[in-house]
Design a protein around this ligand. Structure first.
Ligand code: PEP
Length: 258
């Protein structure tokens, strides 16, 4: 079993004062109850990154910090965008690439996903690549082909020296923010499928996460039965208690299975 990875995507929530408050709470709770066996990453909005990385460093909080998106270009005329170099300067070590909300609402095409992922890893930053189908695709039984196409499009031909910087998050779009998580069986079937696609791309060792209405109640079961290497968490990452219960479930599960 790989060391689990739990990534908290705050989306467009929490201004920098609220962000500081949440990070401090996470820091105190991790100090009181350390989690030895989980890598934890917080992913605030861009404008919170400076204050979040500062406090993580000064208080030595054992979490990584990520960004929710980045531009695929080095620099230049890209109004409103942020470059990987800018993130690195802030010690941001992770970027979520191709989240379904960016694909759907901000026209992030497969081509832009590939370019972004390569730009991230070329700069030595870790990428969490999001894949997942809409409900109509699942209702027609097309989810495996759909997810395979997304993975192949994003990862085929990636230089092997960058493989260790990539994680994949399976996020069925019908389960994101809806309160309707995929069942452990659906998750296990898909993570097995994803691992076989990754093996075909000569990327067998990478983390496969699940995301979609994960909370303190369902995390333990999904972890134990869903054959996941961790979670990408949205709503439940906005409160220290619920986020750290998920982290703790992963920690306990890893401890029990090691
Ligand atoms: C997400 O958007 O990555 C996500 C998993 O959200 P939620 O946990 O709120 O469903």
């Amino acid at each position: 079993m790989k060391k689990p990875l739990v990534v908290g995507n705050w989306k467009m929530n929490l201004d920098y004062v609220e962000a500081l408050h949440l990070v401090q709470q996470v820091g105190v709770m991790l100090k009181n109850k350390p989690v030895e066996h989980v890598d934890v990453v917080l992913v605030p909005p861009f404008v919170d990154l400076r204050s979040v990385t500062s406090i993580v460093e000064s208080e030595r909080i054992p979490v990584g910090v990520g960004a929710q998106h980045v531009n695929a270009n080095d620099a230049g005329a890209h109004t409103g965008e942020v470059s990987v170099a800018m993130l690195k300067r802030l010690n941001v070590g992770w970027v979520i690439v191709g989240h379904s909300e960016r694909r759907a609402a901000y026209a992030m095409s497969d081509d832009v996903v590939v370019a972004t992922l390569r730009q991230v890893v070329r700069n030595g930053v870790r990428a969490v690549l999001c894949v997942g189908e809409v409900l109509e695709v699942r209702d027609e039984g097309g989810e495996n082909d759909f997810v395979k196409a997304q993975l192949v499009s994003a990862l085929k031909g990636l230089d092997p020296k960058y493989h260790e910087l990539v994680s994949v998050a399976y996020e069925p779009i019908w389960a994101i923010g809806t309160g309707r998580n995929a069942t452990s069986e659906q998750v296990a079937d898909m993570t097995t499928h994803i691992r076989s696609v990754l093996a075909g791309l000569a990327m067998p060792g990478i983390h496969v996460l699940y995301g979609g209405s994960v909370n303190a109640e369902n995390a333990g079961t999904l972890m134990a039965e869903g054959r996941v290497d961790g979670f990408l968490v949205g709503g439940a990452s906005l409160k220290a208690e619920s986020f750290l219960s998920i982290v703790q479930s992963c920690n306990d599960c890893y401890d029990g299975k090691r």
